[in-house]
Design a protein around this ligand. Structure first.
Ligand code: YSA
Length: 369
C-alpha cells in the first residue's frame, strides 16, 4: 500500500509541473484528490484494515493528501499570476489602428482612424483585475480553520478604553507588565477615562465574556497598534487574531491540541512547533508558541534572528482573576486564550523576509499573492 502511495505521489507531482492552464489543473485535482481518486479509495478502505496497517498507511495517506492539496493551491496561484501577467502584457502598446495598418471602420464615410476614434473592430483592452491583500487572505484562511474547529468570528473596536486593554486583563495602572505593550494614547480631557489604540486583540476577551455565558469559543481578527521602531519583524500597525475558549473542564491539553491542529492545517504536518513558558498577566500558566523558520529551515537567518525559530503567538490558561472580573466562577469554568501575529504567519508561509513589505504598497510585491 505504501508503494502505491509513493507511485501516486511521484505521478501527481510529475504531472503537476507540466500543467499549463486552470482547466488542466482542475482535471489533475479530480484525478488525484477527487472522490474517485486512488488516494480517496485508499483512505476510505482503511476502516476495514487491521489496526497496525491502518496506522501506518493512514498517516502516510493523510500526509500525501495534505501535500497534494498544498501543491494544488500553489500551482493555482502560479497559474493565476501567469494569466494575469499575460493579460497585462497584452494591454501594453495596443495599436489604435488594425494590425494591417488599414482602418477597418468608417464614420460619416471617413475612416475612423482619421477622426482619432479607435478601431472598434479591435479586441477590447483588458481591465487590470484587483485582488485581496495577502493579509486579508490570511485572516480569512486562519478564521476558516478556527471556524472548522468550532469557533465563532467576532470583531471589536480599535480605539479602546484602558480598562479593557489593560485593567480588566489583570494589568492595573503602573503595573510593570504594561511595558510589554508600547502604547499609543488618545488625548482625553482631564478626569475622563484613559483611551488608547488597542495594543493587542486581548481586550475582546473581556468584551465577549461580559456579554456571554459559557461555553465561549471565539476568534477575533483585527488591527493593533504599538509605539515601536519598525524592523524586519516589527511593524507599528499589524494584525492579530485572538482566540478564547471557556467551558467546564478545559485544560492546557486542549490549548496545545487546538494550536497544534491549527499549525498543522496552516503550515502542513512537516512543520515543527515549539512551546515554551512565557509570562502574560492575564494567563496562568502562560506559553509562547514558535515554528521552525521556513526561510532557513531552522539553521538561522535574518528573519529568525539566527535562532531557527519564529515566535508566532502568546497563549495560556485564562487567569482566575480575569474570570472573576466578568463574573465567571473559576471553580466551575476554565479556559484558554491565545493571540497570534498575523503578518508573521504570512512571512512564514511565503518566506517573506521583511514585514514592512506588506504595507509599503508596492504592487510588484502585492501581485505575488
Ligand atoms: C497572550 C496570552 C493570551 O491568553 C492571549 C493573547 C496573548 C497575546 C498577547 N495579547 C500579546 O499581544 N502578545 S505579544 O505582544 O507577544 O504579541 C503576540 C504576537 O503578535 C507575537 O507573537 C508576534 O507574532 C506578534 N507581534 C508582536 N509585536 C509585533 C508583532 N507582529 C508584528 N509587529 C510587531 N511589532
Amino acid at each position: 500500500m505504501i508503494e502505491k502511495l509513493d507511485e501516486i505521489k511521484s505521478n501527481a507531482i510529475d504531472e503537476l509541473s507540466s500543467l499549463q492552464s486552470i482547466k488542466e489543473l482542475e482535471d489533475w485535482r479530480v484525478r488525484y484528490l477527487g472522490k474517485k481518486s486512488a488516494l480517496t479509495q485508499i483512505l476510505r478502505g482503511l476502516a476495514s484494515r487491521p489496526l497496525e496497517e491502518r496506522k501506518a498507511v493512514g498517516a502516510s495517506a493523510n500526509e500525501l493528501k495534505s501535500l497534494l492539496e498544498r501543491s494544488h493551491r500553489q500551482k493555482k496561484e502560479a497559474l493565476k499570476e501567469k494569466a494575469y501577467q499575460e493579460m497585462e502584457a497584452a494591454a501594453v502598446g495596443k495599436q489604435i489602428i488594425s494590425p494591417t495598418g488599414i482602418p477597418s471602420e468608417e464614420k460619416f464615410g471617413i475612416p475612423t482612424v482619421f477622426l482619432g476614434i479607435p478601431d472598434v473592430t479591435l479586441p477590447g483592452r483588458p481591465i487590470p483585475l484587483g485582488r485581496l491583500h495577502p493579509t486579508t487572505q490570511m485572516v480569512r484562511e486562519i478564521c476558516d480553520i478556527f471556524v472548522a474547529l468550532g469557533f465563532q468570528v467576532v470583531e471589536g473596536p480599535e480605539v479602546e478604553w484602558d480598562y479593557y486593554n489593560f485593567e480588566a486583563l489583570n494589568i492595573p495602572p503602573d503595573h510593570p507588565a504594561r511595558d510589554m505593550w508600547a502604547t499609543l494614547w488618545i488625548d482625553t480631557k482631564s478626569g475622563e477615562r484613559p483611551m488608547l489604540l488597542r495594543t493587542h486583540t486581548s481586550p475582546m476577551q473581556i468584551r465577549v465574556m461580559e456579554r456571554t455565558t459559557p461555553p465561549v469559543r471565539v476568534v477575533v481578527p483585527g488591527k493593533v497598534y504599538r509605539y515601536e521602531a519598525t524592523d524586519a519583524t516589527h511593524e507599528s500597525m499589524f494584525y492579530q487574531i485572538e482566540g478564547l475558549a471557556v467551558d467546564k473542564n478545559i485544560t492546557l491539553a486542549d490549548l496545545k491540541g487546538t494550536l497544534y491542529e491549527f499549525a498543522r492545517r496552516l503550515f502542513g504536518a512537516e512543520r515543527k512547533v515549539r512551546f515554551r513558558c512565557d509570562y502574560f498577566p492575564f494567563v496562568e500558566p502562560g506559553v509562547e508558541m514558535a515554528i521552525d523558520c521556513m526561510v532557513c529551515g531552522g539553521t538561522g537567518c535574518r528573519l529568525c534572528s539566527g535562532t531557527g525559530w519564529i515566535e508566532i503567538l502568546g497563549a495560556g490558561m485564562v487567569h482566575p482573576a480575569v474570570l472573576r472580573r466578568v463574573n465567571y466562577d473559576p471553580e466551575i469554568y476554565t479556559g484558554f486564550a491565545f493571540g497570534l501575529g498575523l503578518e508573521r504567519m504570512s512571512m512564514l508561509r511565503y518566506g517573506v523576509e521583511d514585514i514592512r513589505l506588506f504595507y509599503s504598497n508596492d504592487l510588484r510585491f502585492l501581485r505575488q499573492f
